[in-house]
Design a binder for this molecule. Structure first.
Ligand SMILES: *Cc1c(COP(=O)(O)O)cnc(C)c1O
Length: 371
């Protein structure tokens, strides 16, 4: 039997009527961008939903990281300790600021930075730690806070995967000095393209505003050397609509995840993501690790078998950022052996709010070879 293609993700969208209703006023005001009423409202709503002290909306997640790093004002040869098990954006944002990424290995269970291996990488040039909450798995925020404080380092989280999550009841974006969110179309919450910097200290508010809007303070006043990274009104309107449904969307994702767990837990040679204590999850991704020796098939073979059945999974994250052509001359992936091994064996299975449980079963049947 021919099956329809199942993609790895599908963007969450409000009904077309709801979006029309939200953007109707834009035809009256003709105010399309430059911090209009949609931008103002979304920023206020997100500050509340995320439980953060300050937030500045941005054009996308990557520019949130890049500009967030920029306003910290680090010296140009400074080093940032981070991990190679992430999306290109994290490492690029560091390098594009003229800073040096120093790669630390990850924990085998959560795939987030191994806090115990950070100290040995600190030099006199280290200025910050940039961990990533991979797949929505929350980093060891308590240990990281201690290390950052003890060594006088800034703690800057790539929180692109953790929209809406809490740790011990506290919004995940409120940890560290800054947290960067992505509202890209493929993320749990989207504004089509978009992102935000969440931060603790008020002094960054003006700096971030300046840097996203040319440093313009008034019709004839330009105070800073800013660029342009503003979120437009149509994106903000999409965010306002999507935020109304976010809890339902996450609940639907949870159902999908539970079905996967039910079908795949306990299978020899397969490792699924563990639930974390004290974390309210957003069920962003469904990563599975394949151990060929035990399972019989490798990650790559499963990936291909799924393609043959019109199911698109993603080798996410593979390859490690430290092995990209633009970095590989400077780094050795064997220095982060756990990241290397996870990257070589992980497959992110299709997951989105409207993925049917029948489709989840079909995906699992292909994987378990019972099709
Ligand atoms: C999506 C993502 C980004 C970049 O966000 P964009 O909105 O696509 O620019 C950064 N880091 C991680 C871990 C991501 O998944």
């Amino acid at each position: 039997m021919d099956h329809k293609t199942i993609l790895v993700t599908q963007s969450s969208m409000p009904s077309i009527e709801e979006y029309f209703e939200e953007i109707r006023s834009i035809w009256e005001t003709k105010w399309l961008t430059n911090m209009g009423s949609k931008h103002t409202l979304l920023q206020k709503e997100l500050k509340e939903y995320l439980g953060v002290d300050y937030i500045e909306l941005m054009v996308n997640g990557h520019m949130s990281i890049e500009l967030g790093l920029q306003v910290c004002g680090f010296p140009s040869d400074a080093e940032i300790i981070t991990t190679p098990f992430t999306f290109a954006s994290t490492t690029h944002a560091i390098a594009r600021n003229g800073l040096k990424p120093v790669f630390c290995d990850v924990e085998p269970e959560t795939y987030t930075i191994d806090a115990d291996k950070i100290a040995e990488r600190i030099t006199e040039k280290t200025v910050a730690i940039m961990p990533v909450h991979v797949y929505g798995n929350v980093c060891d925020v308590e240990k990281l806070e201690k290390i950052a404080t003890a060594n006088n380092l800034m703690l800057l989280y790539d929180a692109a995967h953790t929209f809406g999550e809490t740790y011990k009841g506290r919004g995940i974006g409120s940890f560290g000095d800054m947290s960067f969110f992505s509202f890209h179309a493929t993320k749990v919450f989207n504004t089509i393209e978009g992102g935000a910097v969440c931060f603790k200290e008020e002094k960054y508010k003006e700096k971030l505003y300046d840097i996203k809007n040319f440093g313009i303070r008034g019709p004839e006043i330009v105070d800073a050397l800013g660029g342009n990274a503003k979120m437009n009104e149509f994106s903000a309107a999409m965010g306002i609509c999507n935020l109304r449904h976010i809890n339902d969307e996450i609940a639907k994702r949870e159902k999908v995840v539970r079905r996967y767990d039910h079908n795949l837990s306990g299978v020899k040679g397969l490792r699924i993501n563990k639930r974390q204590k004290d974390v309210r999850s957003n069920y962003a991704y469904y990563p599975v690790l394949f151990d060929k020796a035990e399972f019989g098939l490798s990650r790559d073979e499963i990936h291909e078998e799924l393609v043959n059945n019109n199911i698109i999974s993603r080798k996410y994250f593979y390859p490690l950022t430290s092995s990209f052509n633009c970095y590989k001359w400077e780094y050795d992936i064997n220095e982060t052996p756990i990241a290397k091994s996870v990257s070589n064996s992980v497959l992110s299975l299709p997951l989105y709010a409207d993925l049917s449980l029948e489709d989840v079963d079909r995906i699992c049947e292909v994987i378990l070879n019972r099709k």
